[in-house]
Ligand binder design. Structure first.
Ligand SMILES: Nc1ncnc2c1ncn2[C@@H]1O[C@H](COP(=O)(O)OP(=O)(O)O)[C@@H](O)[C@H]1O
Ligand SMILES: [Mg+2]
Length: 309
């Protein structure tokens, strides 16, 4: 079995609110998969169905080879879930939190396991401090450490970096990479395009109840035209002259402040062609820059929305 998760035609409504309208995706074993979507898109709902916390209205969901509706206990023993809000007990120390979960999951060498996890998540120095004194990043690390007790095959991380400062966010990214490198399948949700771009081998974009695009970051970026060149001119007259010269050969968008955005193509020869045309007409732009497609462009094209933070 190559797939860790197979979701087909997943539907879920809350009363009249149809949140998931037939969601399809597969997650390969050992990969980092990012479900990308804005607030309210249905990311947590999808995770809750996969983690057996919520029953679907339709479709099929298989996790670690088990059907979530028919074999929920099997699924539960193969996964762990770290929610959007950390589930650690504030009144306990980090070590006590880990020991508690170890006991709940009947781990034999639970104190040894706790020590290893404290080390791995850079919490050894803070091991015997109460969690109330922890920063957001430390809490999140402890939360993930707790979820790893029992070596789950698949780990679900619901918005693992929301609310973290840039340093804590970078540390979390490294933790997630380490998890995947050790063979765990990581399914994460995020609203952040750069996070999906940075971490995930496969990205699926959830919008209006469906997966509207999925693939590697590279594949997704190919969905929008590449080779955009932004030209800025000295005055309105020069801008108009450039527009007249280029408009028959290129797709051009007029921007504010004497700017034209030209779809020039991706090869050096195509780019050169654009600048030769301008030079031959004695038009020297005040400034120019090349713009490669980003996930923002893809997100905007497919959803009509700017990334919301
Ligand atoms: N328990 C619930 N009861 C009713 N509506 C809900 C419930 N949970 C989520 N919703 C609604 O479903 C939609 C998707 O929510 P959610 O899955 O939490 O989105 P996301 O995690 O992408 O922000 C939202 O409109 C939300 O208000
Ligand atoms: Mg959510």
């Amino acid at each position: 079995m190559k797939q860790a998760i197979i979701v087909r035609g997943l539907k879920k409504s809350y009363k009249a609110n149809q949140v998931l309208k037939g969601v399809d995706f597969t997650v390969n074993k050992g990969e980092i998969f990012a479900l990308l979507g804005s607030n309210g898109a249905g990311k947590t709902t999808t995770i809750n169905v996969m983690a057996t916390l919520l029953a679907a209205d339709g479709g099929s969901v298989e996790v670690a080879g088990y059907d979530v509706a028919k074999q929920p206990e099997k699924v539960r023993s193969a996964i762990s879930l770290t929610g959007q809000f950390a589930a650690v007990d504030d009144t306990l120390t980090a070590r006590e939190n880990l020991a508690l979960i170890g006991d709940l999951r009947h781990i034999k060498d639970s104190s040894q396991t706790a020590n290893e996890l404290l080390e791995k998540f850079q919490l050894a120095d803070a091991a015997d401090r109460r969690v109330t004194t922890f920063s957001g990043g430390m809490r999140r690390r402890l939360d993930i450490a707790m979820s790893l007790i029992g070596n789950p095959e698949v780990i679900f991380l619901d918005e693992p970096t929301t609310g973290l400062d840039p340093e804590a966010r970078n540390n979390m990214w490294q933790t997630i990479r380490d998890l995947a490198a050790s063979g765990t399948t990581v399914f994460l949700t995020t609203q952040y395009l750069d996070e999906a771009d940075e971490l995930a081998s496969t990205i699926a974009l959830l919008h209006a109840g469906k997966i509207v695009a999925s693939g590697t970051a590279r594949e997704l970026k190919k969905l929008v035209p590449g080779g955009l060149v932004e030209l800025t001119f000295h005055d309105q007259k020069q801008t108009q002259a450039a527009l007249n010269i280029l408009k028959n050969d290129y797709k051009i968008a007029e921007g504010e402040n004497l700017k034209l955005t030209v779809t020039a193509g991706e090869s050096a020869a195509q780019l050169a062609g654009l600048f030769i045309k301008l030079r031959d007409a004695h038009i020297e732009p005040a400034d120019f820059s090349q713009h490669s497609p980003t996930l923002d462009d893809v997100f905007f094209k497919l959803t009509g929305k700017k990334e919301e933070n």
